[in-house]
Design a protein around this ligand. Structure first.
Ligand code: SAM
Length: 318
């Protein structure tokens, strides 16, 4: 059916993201020794502005995540929504920054691919075994459950089913919880993404929601971005919510979040540690600074907090 085709195209976006990340890693933008076990090296070079855009995205999300781990002293859980082939679990383990439990949700088809790679590649499975105590680790075609890491096949538009699955593997609503959606909400209708935000806001009294996605989509450059994705039959059902930084904040505030902020990626990029930015800017010659700025202007990180334990979550920023 039409909607199956659209879902299939959305699932394809997870390869794109991972292939671009792997390419940027191979050039030296940041370190990730695990991505290579999930996707092949890109056949062609990616343009320098694309690599810098991914750098800003990965570093930006990672900064807020680290700030949350610091505030909670890792006494928390992280739920990555639409995680795709994300490798954050392994990086946090290497840095000794694992939360009590790290959960991921994506479509069953993506999860089964991810699990296949984990099962067949010791550099991926070993760290999971190392963090797993005693009892036998549960792994089937569509889910993995270990002491510190769970990967679940579920549809983010079916909240009841997702919540049940999360609870079964030990999700604890009372624990400070970080939810991260990286290029995910834009593929869901505004009603469905609002329900997801509201579910998260209602379920976790002490929590932060971090969202990375498109913004400022009403102008000419935004229209071209939309057309490019539509050409690949991706259903950008959620693009309406990506009109402005204000609409990103409003969506959080009207769905149960106490405080919210939203920064475009130009602002995020210029707030990242500038010695590292100087390092990556020497990696590749960038012909068109203008193009990079246009790209960065059309993506943003928005975040919302709720803080019944008074941990100071609303202070988290770049
Ligand atoms: N977050 C990952 C990253 O940044 O590398 C993947 C991003 S990819 C652009 C979008 C991901 O969201 C895909 O893996 C897709 O399968 C997942 N996704 C989109 N809609 C979903 C839904 N309704 N339920 C579960 N997963 C979904």
């Amino acid at each position: 059916s039409e909607s199956d085709t659209a879902d299939e195209a959305v699932r394809g976006t997870c390869d794109d993201a991972s292939i671009c990340k792997r390419f940027a890693v191979s050039v030296g933008y940041w370190k990730d020794p695990y991505m290579q076990y999930f996707v092949r090296q890109a056949k062609e070079r990616k343009a320098p502005e694309i690599n810098r855009g991914y750098y800003a995205r990965v570093q930006g999300v990672s900064q807020l995540l680290c700030a949350f781990l610091k505030k909670t002293e890792c006494n928390c859980q992280i739920i990555k929504l639409g995680a795709g082939l994300d490798t954050t679990f392994w990086r946090l383990k290497d840095e000794n920054l694992l939360p009590k439990k790290y959960f991921e949700v994506d479509f069953p088809a993506i999860v089964s691919r991810k699990l296949h790679n984990i099962k067949s590649k010791p550099p991926l499975s070993k760290p999971i075994m190392e963090t797993h105590n005693g009892d036998s680790l549960l792994i089937d075609a569509y889910s993995l459950d270990s002491a510190r890491y769970s990967i679940l096949g579920a549809d983010l538009r079916n909240l009841k089913d997702m919540e049940e699955k999360l609870k079964k593997v030990g999700m604890d609503p009372q624990l400070p919880t970080l939810l991260v959606a990286e290029c995910v909400l834009v593929y869901m209708s505004p009603e469905k993404s609002a329900s997801l935000l509201k579910w998260a806001g209602d379920t976790f009294p002490t929590a932060m929601f971090v969202n990375y996605e498109q913004v400022n989509m009403a102008d000419r450059f935004g229209q071209i971005m939309i057309e490019n994705l539509q050409r690949r039959q991706c259903n950008l059902a959620g693009v309406e919510a990506c009109q402005s930084l204000q609409s990103q904040m409003d969506r959080l505030l009207s769905n149960g979040w106490e405080a919210a902020d939203a920064w475009d990626m130009i602002r995020v990029y210029s707030s990242l540690p500038q010695n590292d930015v100087a390092r990556i800017e020497k990696l590749e010659f960038l012909d068109e600074r203008e193009l990079l700025e246009q790209l960065l202007l059309h993506y943003c990180i928005s975040w919302g907090t709720k803080d019944s334990l008074h941990l100071g979550l609303a202070e988290i920023t770049f």
